[in-house]
Structures are given as structure tokens and as C-alpha cells.
Design a protein around this ligand. Structure first.
Ligand code: SF4
Ligand SMILES: [Zn+2]
Length: 481
């Protein structure tokens, strides 16, 4: 990614529309940098206000996912590191760890959270302890609560972590006050329009190449941002057949979004029939085209037999998504399907080919025109083309899928707990009924249920909070009845 220092916007190619070349910005793997949206900005502002008495942020803030126990994002602002935002899956709290590069932005407005260590440093020096302060632990007398702080030593400022009367200094240096432009995302879209046009042209050409000679071409639309972008590209390429697989476990927001996007003029009671009959779009029901399927009955019936889907046991994909498409194509025959898979989404997708037969459904050739787009490109494209977008992104979800998806972060489950308490409650009740009787509440609350065999970092966390992860054999679903 690049950054135009003149316009102060992220660039998806080197050259900005203003004519200047951007500076390269180093990202963390898997490099899926994305814009901070409404809920994200509220969290950041709340944490800044609580800690430093100011909630001033630029309008353009980006996140770069980093590894961790749950949500853990490197926050980028002004093309530089601003800090790390992380979510604790057990305490359900967010923390913001400020980066040194954020100080020119935060310091001028901070009314609290700044600790003067000048005298402590002088005392250390008087004792003959000299050298770099970075990494040092200094005793301080302060009323500030533990957490990230700004430290001052003479004319130098820095960041540190305060814990039980000690600050561990992270970085200390000279801060220069800078006044930077504060552009909106609209301006960023304008600065990137040349690249957006190129990306669109390449993607449309790619789809058209695969349309040649194909009897049937359709778009797989999930209601997420990637398929929203892909749907637009496919339409521009001339594809007018779209299917949406309703797993029966979709967020109400997703169903509403699909309905509003494609059936704006269709009155509510006719929604189901029109989804099926409409010329442009068809609905695929999740197993059988029964009214029960619409309420997730298929899912629950399977879940009774198979136990909850888990990150390492995703039986749901086959049952809820792949099988309905297989049923559809067994009636219709071969097709080329335009999909929104992307390399940068996760390590497991990093090697996906641009076109490949679906191994579960050989009648389907999947093509991925936005394989090399990052989430930043996807959102910028959606905004450039002024496309409607699923509201869940603004509500704090990074990805959109089933509302009980085990691949979700605990931070996202926490959103569901407040957004849809009835769905969350139903899921917790189901999980508890299916688990060993003696599993503590924390096993569910912290999200350990999402794995049959949790990864080592989650096992360590379980140990810390006193939760015993059940043996895999004990996770088999209870016998019917
Ligand atoms: S979105 Fe999640 S829960 Fe739904 S089918 Fe996919 S993996 Fe399973
Ligand atoms: Zn510029």
C-alpha cells in the first residue's frame, strides 16, 4: 500500500490523482488492510477519551489484522502506526496500545494519561544508570490507571505501559508538532479513481474471458462486501444470473440487505416468491425448499445430530452452502460461477487459483476476479461505485456469514450479544445442552467451544482462566432423545 503525503490518503497504486507519487507503507501479513468503519471509530474514540481525555482522530483510519487471541489490529493513521487495538475474549474488553508515531496527533490534545518521569530519570542518572530508556522499567507515583500512557522526560516524549506503580518505557524521542490535512474517505476514493478504473477493467475482462463458450454464468452472492463488489463487476461484464444461498442462519441485517438491494419495489409478503421467480436473481434454499428451511430448521436438525460446527469441523459449509448449489446444478447442468474469494482474506486462501473446478461440485467452474484485492480495495470500489453495502460492517463485523459462525471472532459474538440477544441466547442454550454437563460458563463465554481441538494459544488462555478443555471424544453429540 502507498500513502500520498500531500493529500494524506491511502493509495492502492503508487500514483495519486493529485499527480504525486505515494510512499510505500509496510503492512503485516496477511496484508488485508481495511478501513475503520463506524463501530470501529467509536471504539477507538471511546478508548482515547477514557485514557487521554481526547477523542480526536483523523477521518481516515485503517486496520491491519495481526495475530492474537482474538481481534488484534494494527491501527494506521496518517500513513503511520497509531497503535494496536485488541479484544480480550474473556474480559470482553478492548484495549488500545498507543504507538510512538501517534504522539504528534494525540499529545497536543491529551488532558490526562501523561506521566512526567523527568525526576525519576534524573534520580536514575544520579545513581549512575545511563543509556537508552526504551525497554526500561521505572517506578512512578501516579493516580493514573494501569494501561498505555504517554511519558515525558524533559523535552522528550514517548509511550509506555503502566502496571502496578511501574512504567515500562517503549519508546522515547523528540516530537514535532505537525498539521496534516484530514481528508474524508470520499476524497480518498477520488485520489484512487485511476487505479479503481484499472482494477475494474481487469476484473471485467477476466470475467468476460470465462464467459466465452460457457452455457451458463452466474454470480454467487453472499450479502458480504466481496460479493457486493463482484456482483457489480459481473453485471458490468454482462452476467445477469445471481444466486444467494440462504443458510437459514443469516443475520436479519443480511436478509434485509439482500431484499433491499435487489427487490426494492417488492412488498414484504411477496419477498420469498419474488426471490425465486425474479428474472435477475434466484434464491437457493438450504436443503429442501420447505418453509421450515427458511427458519434454519435444517441447520438445527443437523446440529442436533452432529453437534455445533467448529473451526476444525465445518460440516455446515457442505450442508448449508455446497449441497443446495449441487442440487440446483444437478437440475440445470454446468456453469461458470463468479465468486468473491480473495488471497489476503486469510493464510488458507493465499494460494487459491483464479479459476478452478469446485471439488465438491465438478459441474461448477469457480472464477475469482478480485483474488488480488485487499479489503481496502473492496470498500474503496464499493464507495466509488456508490453500491449499497451490508450494514453489519458498520456495526463492527469484519466478515459476514452465519450469525453463529465458529469462524467469527469473540469481539463479533459480543456484537451479536447486544445486537441480537435472542439469537445469542438461543445459541448459548443449544451449546450448553450439547456439551458435557460440568463445563463452566467461561468455556462458552470465552468462545473455547469454537474448536474441537483449540490451538495452543487458546489452550494457554483456558489454563489462565481456569477452564479445562474437554477431550475430543467427550464432544460427540449426545444420543438422540
Ligand atoms: S458462514 Fe460459518 S457457520 Fe455458515 S456455513 Fe460458513 S463456516 Fe459454517
Ligand atoms: Zn495526492
Amino acid at each position: 500500500m502507498y500513502w500520498c503525503r500531500h493529500c494524506n490518503v491511502p493509495l492502492i497504486g503508487r500514483r495519486c490523482s493529485c499527480g504525486k507519487d505515494g510512499e510505500a507503507v509496510t503492512l503485516l501479513r496477511p496484508y488485508d488492510v481495511r478501513p475503520a468503519l463506524h463501530h470501529d471509530m467509536e471504539i477507538l474514540k471511546g478508548l482515547l477519551l477514557e485514557r487521554f481525555g481526547t477523542s480526536r482522530l483523523q477521518q481516515i483510519v485503517l486496520f491491519n489484522k495481526a495475530g492474537g487471541l482474538d481481534r488484534n489490529d494494527l491501527v494506521l493513521m496518517n500513513g503511520k502506526r497509531f497503535g494496536w487495538l485488541s479484544f480480550d475474549p474473556c474480559s470482553k474488553e478492548y484495549t488500545l496500545d498507543l504507538a510512538f508515531e501517534a504522539l504528534p496527533q494525540v499529545l497536543p490534545h491529551a488532558t490526562q494519561g501523561v506521566i512526567d518521569i523527568t525526576s525519576a530519570v534524573s534520580a536514575m542518572q544520579a545513581e549512575g544508570k545511563r543509556g537508552h530508556l526504551s525497554g526500561k522499567r521505572i517506578a512512578v507515583d501516579t493516580d493514573e490507571p494501569d494501561g498505555t500512557v504517554i511519558v515525558r522526560s524533559g523535552r522528550h516524549y514517548g509511550t509506555g505501559q503502566l502496571s502496578r506503580g511501574y512504567i515500562r518505557i517503549k519508546h522515547l524521542g523528540h516530537i514535532e508538532e505537525v498539521v496534516l490535512p484530514d481528508p474524508s474517505w470520499e476524497e480518498s476514493v477520488r485520489c484512487n479513481r485511476y487505479h479503481l478504473r484499472n482494477m475494474e477493467r481487469t476484473a471485467v475482462r477476466f470475467i468476460r474471458q470465462h464467459m466465452r463458450g460457457a452455457e451458463r454464468v452466474n454470480v454467487s452472492f453472499s450479502g458480504g462486501k466481496d460479493s457486493t463488489a463482484v456482483l457489480e463487476l459481473a453485471r458490468r461484464a454482462g452476467v445477469d444470473d445471481v444466486y444467494f444461498v440462504d443458510t437459514g442462519m443469516e443475520f436479519p441485517e443480511t436478509l434485509e440487505f439482500v431484499k433491499q438491494t435487489f427487490f426494492r419495489d417488492v412488498p414484504e409478503p411477496k419477498f420469498k416468491e419474488n426471490l425465486v421467480k425474479s428474472t435477475g436473481i434466484r434464491r437457493v434454499l438450504n436443503a429442501s425448499e420447505t418453509p421450515e428451511a427458511l427458519n434454519g430448521e435444517d441447520f438445527w436438525a443437523h446440529a442436533e445430530r452432529l453437534g455445533p460446527p467448529r473451526k476444525d469441523n465445518r460440516w455446515c459449509c457442505e450442508v448449508l452452502k455446497l449441497q443446495p448449489v449441487k442440487d440446483m446444478l444437478s437440475k440445470e447442468g454446468e456453469c461458470v460461477t463468479v465468486q468473491g474469494n480473495r488471497w489476503y482474506e486469510s493464510f488458507s486462501r493465499a494460494e487459491l487459483p483464479a479459476a478452478a473446478r469446485n471439488p465438491f461440485n465438478p459441474l461448477q467452474l469457480n472464477i475469482n476476479p478480485i483474488l488480488n484485492w485487499r479489503a481496502l480495495e473492496v470498500f474503496t470500489y464499493i464507495w466509488w461505485r456508490d453500491l449499497p453495502c451490508n450494514p453489519l460492517y458498520d456495526l463492527g463485523y469484519e466478515r459476514v456469514g452465519c450469525w453463529m459462525c465458529p469462524a467469527m471472532l469473540e469481539s463479533e459474538f459480543e456484537n451479536t450479544r447486544s445486537l441480537h440477544p435472542e439469537l445469542y441466547g438461543r445459541w448459548m442454550t443449544y451449546l450448553k445442552r450439547h456439551a458435557q454437563k460440568d463445563l463452566p460458563d467461561m468455556y462458552f463465554r470465552c468462545g473455547f467451544w469454537r474448536w474441537r481441538r483449540p490451538p495452543p494459544k487458546m489452550c494457554r488462555l483456558a489454563e489462565e482462566v481456569g477452564v479445562t478443555i474437554p477431550e475430543e471424544r467427550d464432544l460427540l453429540p449426545a444420543a438422540p432423545g
